[in-house]
Structures are given as structure tokens and as C-alpha cells.
Ligand binder design. Structure first.
Ligand SMILES: [Zn+2]
Ligand SMILES: [Zn+2]
Length: 133
């Protein structure tokens, strides 16, 4: 059994994987997430700071949700986080469109390397040499 300290409330809990957060705090965060999402829908032009104040969540937590693509913002929302590569302002995910295309490009290039076709697999012939003695 893996018992750890919850990084939010400090209580010991039975660790089952993922972040070091106990069930109670996880449920709490989830509730805050729903509230935050609701708040953003009702206040599409709120800034991260306003969202943070209104929902008692840290701005870091909000940024994390944005990176996880759990929160979406309107085009005219002042909310933005930085692309992890070039620092451009984005509204969701980790990278801007540009960098996303570049990384996708680099990825597909490394996958599309010309490869010699694999040699035909020759099945070993079954030897029917069962002998009954
Ligand atoms: Zn906890
Ligand atoms: Zn970028």
C-alpha cells in the first residue's frame, strides 16, 4: 500500500496514482473547476485574476486547466497563457497554432522516414515427422 501526504491539505491518504492529492481535495478541486467553468461562461470577459478571486482558485490552477484544455475562452476574452515554445499568447493548450504545426511537422517527418520493406517472413515448414513408436 502506498500512503502519502496530500499536497493540498497535508493529510495522509491511500495513493492510487496521479497527483499527490487526496480524494476529498480532488473532489473539492473538481467542484471548483465546475464553478470556474460556469463563471467563465457567465463572464466571458473576466481576466484570470478576476476568475481566481471569484472562485477561490489560484491563477496557477486556472492556467493548469487551460493547458489541460479543460477551459475554453471566447475570442475577445482577455485571458491568455503563453505558448511553451515561442511565448505567443494562446487561449488553450500548450502551444500556439504555429508551434503546433511545426511540432506536428517535425513529428510526421520523423515518422515518415523511408523504410525498406521488411523481408518476407518465411514460415518454418512444419515437419510432419511424427513418429509413433
Ligand atoms: Zn487533501
Ligand atoms: Zn508558439
Amino acid at each position: 500500500m502506498d500512503v502519502r501526504n496530500c499536497k493540498t491539505c497535508g493529510r495522509l491518504f491511500n495513493y492510487l496514482g496521479g497527483p499527490n492529492i487526496c480524494e476529498a481535495c480532488r473532489a473539492d478541486i473538481e467542484k471548483k473547476f465546475q464553478n470556474t467553468k460556469e463563471y467563465i461562461r457567465e463572464n466571458p470577459r473576466a481576466s484570470i485574476q478576476e476568475i481566481s478571486d471569484a472562485n477561490e482558485v489560484t491563477t496557477n490552477q486556472i492556467r493548469q486547466w487551460i493547458r489541460e484544455e479543460r477551459l475554453q475562452f471566447a475570442d475577445d476574452s482577455p485571458v491568455g497563457i503563453e505558448c511553451e515554445i515561442c511565448g505567443a499568447t494562446i487561449r488553450t493548450g500548450k502551444y500556439c497554432e504555429n508551434c503546433k504545426n511545426k511540432t506536428a511537422d517535425a513529428l510526421s517527418k520523423s515518422i515518415e522516414k523511408p523504410q525498406a520493406p521488411p523481408p518476407p517472413v518465411q514460415k518454418p515448414k512444419k515437419e510432419n515427422k511424427m513418429r509413433f513408436i
